[in-house]
Ligand binder design. Sequence first.
Ligand code: S3P
Length: 189
Amino acid sequence: MRSATAALTPAEIGAIARRIDRSVVLVGLMGVGKSTVGRKLAGLLHADFVDADEAIVDAAAMSIAEIFERFGEPYFRDGERRVIARLIEEHHGVIATGGGAFVNPQTRALILERAIAVWIDCDTATLVQRTGRRDDRPLLRNGDPAEILDRLRREREPFYAEAPIHVTSADGPQYDTALHILEAIDRWL
Ligand code: S3P
């Protein structure tokens, strides 16, 4: 298979970057690599990167697990909606969102209207492997991660599918996924 790395020259990447006039917002399930890919994508675009989950933690001055425990999921979702609205307003180059953000109708509408939404997807086995590296995701704490992620996939896929750009995160380096996103944005713009 031809490596994606060879598919875009620095000049082509620069030309795509100049055509991107909105934030690129990454959506998709937990463990799909939104933050890693987002950093690489921002690097390619010479743009700013921000992780919405980290911004929520900063704003609340407590961890996501703590927010869920002390105030519940609806409270987290409300904070998530407000933080993402602020990040889009501030016009960051690339924004990685938490897996549930795009399910919220207001957040989804805002992202679709004001940014370029990119759905990153991969198979559940890879998600289980990647999410297994950290124990800070409250939704994966009570049950079998594969079952939970399969259920969330079924529930959320119709929403993620509203994103105009859909990229599969292959087993290879996430740098390649970032390049695939650029190619897909180039075709879409
Ligand atoms: C969540 C995903 C997490 C985080 C929170 C809830 C979800 O973000 O926002 O634990 O509902 O899928 P990541 O997708 O970055 O793990």
